[in-house]
Each structure stands twice: as C-alpha cells, then as structure tokens.
Design a protein around this ligand. Structure first.
Ligand SMILES: *[C@@H]1O[C@H](CO)[C@@H](O)[C@H](O)[C@H]1NC(C)=O
Length: 184
C-alpha cells in the first residue's frame, strides 16, 4: 500500500476505530461522573433529604450503567496498539481525577448524608461503582499491550483506592477480596 493511502486510511478513522470507541466510553462515563459531582455540589443543608438522596442514587446508578455499558462495548473491540494506549492515557487520567474530585466532594457533604440517614445507601452505591469500575478496568486493560499494562493497573488502583476511601468514610468496609480481584 502506498504511504499516501495509509495516511488516508488513518485520517478516515479506520485505523483508530477501536481507540475512538474506547475513548467514547470514557467520555460517557466521565459525563455521568460530572453530573453526579454537580449534584453533590448542589446539595445544601436546606435541600430536602429525600430529594437529595433520590438524586444521588439515580445519578450514581447512571455512573454504574455507563461503566457497565462501557465494559460491554470495550470487550468487543480489538486490542489497542501501544500508541493508542498512550493516547488513551489522557482520557483515563481525567477520569481518575474526576472520580477523586467526586468522592472528595461527597465526603464534604457527609453531614447532609447523615441528616438524610443515608450513609448505608451511599456505601452501597460506592460499592456498586467499585464493582462496575473493576469490570470496566479489566476490559480496558485486556485491550492494552503488556508494555502499558502496569500504567493502566496503577490508574485502576487509584480509582479503586478513592472509592474505597469513600466507602470507609461512610462507614462501610473496603473488602480485601475485592481489592485482590483487581490484580490482573
Ligand atoms: C484524592 O487523591 C489524593 C492524592 O492522591 C489522595 O490523597 C486522596 O485521598 C484522594 N481522595 C479520595 C477521596 O480518595
């Protein structure tokens, strides 16, 4: 194939299809996390507790759903090249940071969660997100060449650590079994 044809192929997106698909899933997950974070930040001590918790639950479920559908989609893609994996790092960096911000913001609203008597609900939601994150991470890591897997695993560990911090902060326990399951 002539070089110019290769360039055409790359520009039309055929070469980058799987990268684009996986990036698209990161974008959807990030959007769901951002929605959740915005709602968390919108909570005040005068928010009706039932309304507050219903909103948090439905937006947490949206994050879990985005992760689960991301897992299905990513599992069906071809493997990524090393270059694609490095490109994907910026998507995963920003998701790692969004999760950290969201859990921190949630922790800052603990008095409101307490007032709504909803710590247990929050723990359940965070645990669901952790399980869904681990499945999504495993799907992404399985598409990454071995040279990039330790970076991917470190990022994965950061997300799970943050979620575990939130779980413990709200009175749950970060089970060792779940932590071990992450080691791919
Ligand atoms: C956010 O990241 C910082 C730096 O890694 C860490 O110290 C902190 O515990 C994280 N926040 C949460 C809620 O896990």
């Amino acid at each position: 194939m002539r070089f110019s044809n290769l360039i055409t192929l790359a520009l039309t997106g055929l070469v980058a299809a799987d990268l684009a698909t996986i990036q698209g899933e990161f974008t959807k997950i990030q959007a769901a996390v951002t929605n959740l974070d915005n709602s968390i930040n919108g909570l005040t001590s005068s928010t009706d507790p039932t309304t507050a918790i219903n909103t948090l639950v439905s937006q947490s479920n949206a994050v879990t759903d985005a992760l689960n559908s991301g897992t299905t989609t990513v599992s069906a893609t071809d493997d990524l090249s090393l270059t694609d994996s490095i490109t994907l790092l910026s998507s995963s960096n920003s998701l790692v940071s969004a999760v950290n911000t969201t859990v921190t913001d949630l922790e800052n609203k603990k008095s409101i969660v307490d007032a709504a008597n909803a710590d247990g609900t929050v723990v359940t939601q965070l645990q669901q997100q952790k399980t869904a994150s681990q499945a999504f991470i495993a799907a992404v890591v399985s598409k990454v060449p071995s040279a990039a897997q330790s970076i991917a695993n470190n990022q994965a560990q950061a997300v799970v650590t943050d979620l575990n911090n939130g779980i413990v902060f709200f009175g749950g326990s970060a089970s060792k079994r779940a932590a071990r399951a992450l080691r791919v």
